[in-house]
Design a protein around this ligand. Sequence first.
Ligand code: PLP
Length: 371
Amino acid sequence: MRQIYFDNNSTTPLEPETLQAMLPFLNGHFGNPSSSHSHGVLAAQAIDRARRQVADLVCAEAEQVIFCASATEAINWALHTCSGKIITSEVEHTATLEACSHLRSRDKQVTVLAVGSSGQLDLSELELHLVHDACTVALLWANNETGVIFPIADIAALCRSRGAYLHVDAVQAAGRLSIDFSALGIDSLVMSSHKLFGPKGAAALVVRDPDRIPPLLWGGGQERGRRGGTENVPAIVGFGIAADRALHSLAERASKASELRDRLETAILERVRGTWINGAGSMRLPNTCNVGFDGIDAQTLADILDGHGVAVSTGSACHAKSMEPSHVIRAMTRSHRKASESIRFSLSHLNTSEEVDYVADVVRSSAAALR
Ligand code: PLP
C-alpha cells in the first residue's frame, strides 16, 4: 500500500543528505567533544559548525545557542528559570501549558490568555497584563495544530516597551518562516531538529544573554557550563545540516508546501459538504490546514485514512493517545464537538500534487461513507 505522510507538524522524515552527514559521527568519528586529542577536537569542531548553522537559521549568534535534547526540555528550562509572573495563552503546546501548571502548583503566578475564533490573541489584553515589573511572556510563534501565526514582531515590541521578558516557542515556525531573533529583540526562543527534517534528540534554546540563564544540569561544563552531559554529536550534526538546508530553501519549501496545502484545502472544501478551516481568518503556516468535518468523529476518519496509508492527526502527537479532543480547537471554537470533528493535515515540500489529489479523494469517499 502506498504511504502518504501529511503529519509533518508531529515530526518530519530525515532527509538523505542529512543522514549522510550524520553517519560518520555514528560510525568512526566517535570522539567525545570534551577530549583534547584529535578525536575530541573533530567532534567539538562538528558541534561548533552545527551551532553556527542553527544560529544562522534564526539570525542569532552561535554563542546564543544552547543545545538540548528536545524542545520540551528547552521550554521547561526557560520557564522554570524565568522571573516574575508568566503570561501565556491557552493554545500553547502542552510542553508550555504543563510546565506552567506545574509552576502554578508551586505558587508561581500564571495568566493564560484566551484566543478568539481565528486563533488570535487580543494584544490589548496582553498589554493590560504587562503591568508587573518582572513578567515573562511565553507564546508560540506558530501554532502546531492550526498553523496560526502570532504577530511576534508586535508582541516583541510590546514586551520591550513594558520591560517584559519574551520567550517564544518557534518549534513550528523555524524552517518555515523567516526569523530574525536579534532584530526582534526576543529574549529566548526554542526550536526542535525533528520538526525541520533533522534527527530526533536535538533541539535548541536560543538565549539573548546566555550567561544569565541558570544552568539546567551541573556536570562536565558542556554548553558553557549550562547543560552538563556529553553531547549527542550525531544528532547535533544532523540538526545543523537540517537547519542549513532549511535556511537555503526556505522560500522554495514554503511556496511548494503552500501550493499543495491550498490545493488540498480547496478540494476538501469544495467536495466534502459541512467542512470548515480552523484558523481560516488568520495568517497561517504555509504547510498546515486544520479541517472540521461537521457530524464526523475526527479520530474515526483519521483511522480510516490511516487504513488507506494516509497519516494525519487529530491533535498534537503527544496528546493523540489521550483521546481528549484538541485543546486548541476547543479554545478557538468553544466547542468540544467541533474539536472532536477536526483533523490536522500538515504537508511539506516533499509531498506531491498527486498525493494531495489522492488524499482529497479518500477523504471525500470516507466522509461520505461515515455519513
Ligand atoms: N512546541 C511545539 C509548538 C511543538 O509542536 C512541539 C512538538 O510537537 C513541541 C513544542 C515539543 O517539541 P519536542 O518534540 O522537541 O519536545
